[in-house]
Design a protein around this ligand. Structure first.
Ligand SMILES: [Zn+2]
Ligand SMILES: [Zn+2]
Length: 277
């Protein structure tokens, strides 16, 4: 199978614009926000717009798509009001995914803000269990870089949530986050060790998607800043192994690379294809 790579594209002006942008940059899978991720806002996609999104996705054979949930969502929070807003927001994301015929909704676990790791994870599990997830949609827990009290940086956090939740959850690994969280990916051997560690703790059968980003910060710094593929501290050797690793190569690769230095999503898509052997 040829590499399935795309990017996080914009729905500004209509959800179907994300499909058109995907086609423009040469992507074959992708991710969207269903609304501005920095504010509490409901997805605002009417049925006609959703139908156009579904049609264009089918026409161009794009898939899978992922909806990335709002950055304000905090499933680990001990605060009732934030918890309720987070659950409400997630419910709208999974419903929007069903309307757009999108398979996945991605979410970060959030921060325990003093409640402690164990309580934070328990909060996340009970919040996820309150969702009424449509049959066609799977919620993916995304690995986190682990700054402050954010959880999901350790593979053990992901496995605990998957094991304890009543939902059929999956995992999305973000390579920049995994690296920043302290799992080395900068050499072929390091990639192999990290994939083996993930398989041991979580299980590769739960891994549905990779966010393929290089990192501007070193392994273990807990700093989340993405770099162009092969141009960060994971570097070309690490990225090449990730793209070709037998257990990763058939996953959808979604780019969240920066748009700077004259390097676009199209540049990064092309780079991934070049590194594929
Ligand atoms: Zn994310
Ligand atoms: Zn990500």
């Amino acid at each position: 199978m040829s590499v399935n790579v795309g990017a996080h594209t914009s729905i500004a002006g209509g959800a179907y614009n994300a499909v058109d942008e995907q086609v423009e940059i040469g992507g074959t899978c992708g991710q969207i926000f269903s609304h501005s991720p920095q504010v509490w806002q409901d997805p605002n996609i009417d049925e006609e717009e959703a139908a156009t999104f579904r049609d264009r996705t089918a026409d161009h054979d794009i898939g899978p798509w992922v909806i990335h949930s709002s950055y304000l969502v905090n499933l680990c929070t001990p605060k009732d009001d934030l918890r309720e807003k987070s659950i409400d927001s997630m419910q709208k994301e999974v419903d929007a995914a069903a309307a757009l015929d999108i398979d996945y909704v991605n979410v970060h676990l959030g921060a325990h803000t003093g409640a402690g790791v164990e309580q934070g994870l328990a909060n996340a599990v009970s919040a996820l269990d309150e969702l009424d997830v449509p049959e066609s949609v799977t919620v993916l827990v995304e690995s986190d870089a682990g700054s402050g009290t954010k959880l999901g940086d350790e593979f053990e956090h992901l496995s605990t949530v998957l094991a304890e939740s009543e939902q059929e959850l999956g995992v999305c690994l973000d390579t920049a986050h995994v690296f920043a969280a302290g799992y080395d990916l900068s050499t072929p051997d390091a990639v192999d060790d990290t994939v083996a560690a993930f398989d041991d703790v979580v299980g590769l059968e739960h891994l549905h998607c990779l966010h393929l980003n290089d990192s501007k910060h070193d392994c273990g710094t807990n700093k989340d800043e993405h770099a162009h593929v092969g141009e960060g501290l994971i570097g070309e050797a690490g990225m090449e192994r990730i793209i070709n690793h037998p257990d990763l190569r058939d996953l959808p690769f979604v780019l969240e690379t920066p748009t700077e230095d004259g390097k676009s999503f199209a540049w990064n898509v092309e780079r991934v294809r070049e590194l594929r052997t």
